[in-house]
Design a protein around this ligand. Structure first.
Ligand SMILES: Cc1cc2nc3c(=O)[nH]c(=O)nc-3n(C[C@H](O)[C@H](O)[C@H](O)COP(=O)(O)OP(=O)(O)OC[C@H]3O[C@@H](n4cnc5c(N)ncnc54)[C@H](O)[C@@H]3O)c2cc1C
Length: 356
């Protein structure tokens, strides 16, 4: 299966890699999509990021006549491009593949009039209007308003088997994938609030949950720990480091065990399981915006509660880049909608259109 996407007047071919259904950009022999001269793009609304938040903002903004311009970054489609089945996005009776869902959002955004550019924003100036950004391609972007939708990335352990089995027994999101492990045996790796919350969630679904933590105590809030320790189907392995994820045999291997090492004694062991959830935190993709827009201590962009407004008038943030609580495609889409509607209102009252 492959899909041909028309983006910014050039064709970029996305091949679907066999097993995971992952969309990967490949060179198109006839048209590489690479521009030789740098260009300045003027727009009423610049959307940075092409995940559920960015695409939804684009759909609403385009339908409001703003002719939004989206810069898609390194991972067009966002985080759902690296997953397999998505079962909790409303509108689909059967589970859909993450890359398929994102391809549909991309097509819908283009269909209603979004211009999508394959570039990565490397610097931005939000200090005065119009806002100015620079792309890795050398292109410049001049915008009356901006929606930041650059998402976040789950932190991974970086151990053998983890990447290969991602979506096949290895996950970083219990809310997303826990349902697939009903009545099964799973492990959660980590010791902070996220890990304990993931374990609590999974304990309602799985037969047994083992929490593997490299230290001898959790950093998580005490109330969460107390709830966890009270559960009969949860075990904690303290002072234990995960060294590898082992795969089952067969045509479609999935996680079957963890290789563990006791951090104090050095003793090695194996933990048989059906799934493992890595819960060691997330990194919002906000380095670019440091010092330009208000962020919390963890680097998430701060928005006015109940809105997508940042502390910079005309700059809005949507999706995981401003949400460390829910981190779901549907909440990202919801805040993307809010960002576009608020941008449209703000533009109507504040900005003189930049010249195009
Ligand atoms: C393995 C996995 C499985 C998941 N499964 C589910 C699920 O089943 N259901 C569910 O609801 N959620 C799921 N999630 C969570 C969901 O994917 C996220 O909540 C959602 O993708 C967040 O959307 P977003 O638009 O905020 O950001 P992202 O999807 O993270 O997209 C960010 C976008 O920003 C772009 N970008 C970043 N930096 C730049 C830059 N400098 N310049 C230009 N562009 C840039 C990237 O290229 C990307 O396009 C899963 C996540 C993972 C990792």
């Amino acid at each position: 299966m492959s899909a041909l996407l028309t983006v910014h007047g050039s064709q970029i071919c996305f091949a679907v890699t066999a097993r995971r259904g992952k969309l990967a950009p490949v060179d198109n022999a006839n048209n590489s999509g690479i521009r030789s001269l740098s260009t300045t793009h003027n727009t009423r609304l610049l959307i940075i990021g092409a995940g559920p938040a960015g695409y939804t903002a684009a759909i609403y903004a385009a339908r409001a006549g703003l002719k939004p311009l989206m810069v898609a970054g390194l991972q067009p489609g966002g985080q759902l491009m690296i997953t397999t089945e998505v079962e909790n996005y409303p509108g689909f009776a059967e589970a859909v593949q993450g890359p398929f869902l994102m391809e549909q959002m991309q097509k819908q955004a283009v269909h209603v009039g979004t211009e999508i550019i394959q570039d990565i924003i490397t610097s931005i100036d939000l200090g005065g209007r119009p806002f100015r950004a620079l792309g890795d391609s050398g292109d410049s972007y001049v915008a009356d308003s901006v929606v930041i939708a650059t998402g976040a990335q789950a932190r991974w352990l970086g151990i053998p088997g983890e990447k290969e089995l991602s979506g096949f027994g290895v996950s970083a999101c219990a809310t997303c994938d826990g349902f697939f492990f009903r009545g099964k045996t799973v492990a959660v790796v980590g010791g902070g609030n996220t890990a304990v919350e993931e374990a609590l969630y999974l304990a309602n679904l799985a037969k047994h949950v083992t929490v593997v933590h490299r230290r001898d105590s959790f950093r998580a809030e005490r109330i969460l720990q107390q709830r966890l320790f009270a559960l009969p189907n949860v075990t904690v392995l303290w002072d234990t480091v995960v060294e590898a994820v082992l795969a089952s045999e067969g045509q479609f291997p999935s996680a079957r065990a963890l290789v563990l090492r006791n951090a104090k004694t050095g003793a090695a062991s194996e933990l048989p399981l059906d799934g493992v959830f890595v819960a060691i935190g997330h990194d919002p993709a906000t380095a670019l915006f440091k010092g330009q827009v208000a962020m919390d201590a963890e680097g998430y962009i701060e928005t006015v509660p109940g809105s997508a407004r940042t502390n910079v008038p005309g700059v809005f943030a949507a999706g995981d880049v401003q949400d460390k609580v829910y981190r779901q495609a549907v909440t990202a889409a919801g805040t993307g909608c809010m960002a576009a509607l608020e941008a449209e209102k703000w533009l109507a009252h504040h900005a003189e259109p930049v010249l195009t």
